[in-house]
Ligand binder design. Structure first.
Ligand SMILES: [Zn+2]
Length: 398
């Protein structure tokens, strides 16, 4: 407990720390990391730059070769041996879509991964540098992590999951992507379903073939999915996330007006609550669709790829309150609570590491865009939020 005077001194020191954040360092680091492409599954070289940055800061760095070309990296720094560890995390892979080389023009950093998420990783790294070099007397430690199997469909978070299975995680985790103007307390789980509908025999003229066709099976399955969509939309909603959903993204069947196809393909998404495990969601979907496809004389193979399970975090968690106070101080207004509409790695921390976790982004608006960029002022603002969240969470040791 600080006296009023002590609190004043601490607040003054924190204000000085915020002023120590160096935008030029964020730019140099982001450009350095952007100069090495790191498509999902091929992030080893970029991860080495991340590891070297934290080694140079005096962190103890370990890498985990569960995915040799996409290793996990964990950098530890303990102000005190005892006390909680705050994990600061972000994936280093980007989508495997071409992009012009990285550039910095008029306060904007352009490049594949600039926004999602090497820019935010650089902002986080700068906040950590300021805290470590100022020797802020924290009551615990920092664990800075990166990994490279994040972006679907080439990754499903498995490199992060592997680190968690090794026991490599903090007592709470901040993931440096996602919303920047509110705090997500929940996110729905997400899965991609694929219906492979087939019949026996070969493709033939409609007049030589009187059996039911995969076209009809796919249309009836689609109608059943539409009924499910309406039921879910009218069904229960949970705080912030609303109702569950199902969506059809593509339907493919047939190649000619009078040929009977042998196969059809339907694909879409299913989004579900945190208390509705994906295994149950899959079983329920199959129970609705299999009888319909089989009644149409066809066979069904259902693929169900989990993207991430749903999650919920209590607003009472110290991590959430630390971020809320940080955002309030930096942005001059208290952030509202909401839901993460996309899916990401907080789900892995909450469901697999069983720790509170939260998204804290800089600006995700050009993630996965043809031209990806992020404004430096958004990264500086994020670095300030990260710095204050760390100080709020780990406090100052007496
Ligand atoms: Zn991302």
């Amino acid at each position: 407990v600080f006296s009023d005077q002590g609190r004043y001194i601490v607040q003054t020191k924190v204000a000085e720390l915020l002023d120590t954040i160096d935008p030029d360092r964020i730019v140099r680091l982001a450009m350095d990391w952007l100069s090495v492409p790191s498509p999902t599954g091929h992030t080893r070289q970029a991860s080495e730059l991340f590891a070297q940055y934290y080694r140079d800061l005096g962190f103890v760095v370990e890498t985990y070769p569960d995915y040799p070309d996409a290793p996990g990296v964990a950098a530890r720094w303990a102000a005190r041996a005892e006390g909680p560890t705050l994990q600061l995390d972000g994936h280093i892979d980007h989508i495997p879509v071409g992009h012009p080389p990285p550039t910095m023009i008029d306060g904007v950093i352009h490049g594949r991964g600039a926004c999602d998420m090497k820019g935010p990783l650089a902002a986080l790294a700068e906040a950590v540098r300021v805290i470590v070099q100022a020797k802020v007397p924290l009551r615990g430690g920092l664990l800075c992590t990166t990994h490279g199997m994040h972006e679907a469909p080439h990754g499903w978070g498995e490199a992060l999951s592997a680190m968690v299975r090794r026991g490599v995680h903090g007592n709470a985790a901040l993931v440096a992507e996602g919303p920047s103007d509110y705090i997500a307390l929940a996110g729905r789980g997400s899965a991609i379903y694929d219906l492979h509908i087939t019949r026996q025999g070969q493709v033939e003229h409609e007049l030589h073939c009187n059996h039911e066709t995969p076209a009809w099976a796919a249309i009836r399955a689609g109608a059943e999915i539409e009924r499910m969509r309406a039921e879910l939309a009218a069904g229960p909603a949970r705080p912030y996330v609303g109702p569950e959903s199902i969506f059809i993204g593509q339907v493919h069947v047939g190649d000619f007006y009078n040929r009977v196809p042998t196969e059809a393909y339907v694909q879409g998404t299913r989004r579900f609550f945190s208390n509705h495990p994906s295994a149950d969601v899959r079983r329920e979907l199959e129970a609705r669709l299999r009888p319909i496809v089989e009644a149409a004389g066809c066979r069904l193979k259902l693929d169900f790829q989990l993207v991430r399970e749903g999650y919920e975090v209590s607003p009472d968690e110290r991590l959430i309150q630390s971020l809320r106070r940080a955002m309030t101080a930096v942005d001059g207004r208290e952030p509202p609570y909401g839901a993460m509409s996309a899916v990401g790695d907080v789900s892995i921390f909450v469901n697999e590491a069983k720790i509170p976790a939260v998204y804290a982004g800089a600006d995700l608006s050009t993630a996965h865009a043809d031209r990806e960029y992020i404004r430096l002022d958004k990264l500086v603002r994020a670095a300030r939020v990260y710095l204050l969240t760390i100080v709020n969470y780990l406090g100052a040791a007496e």
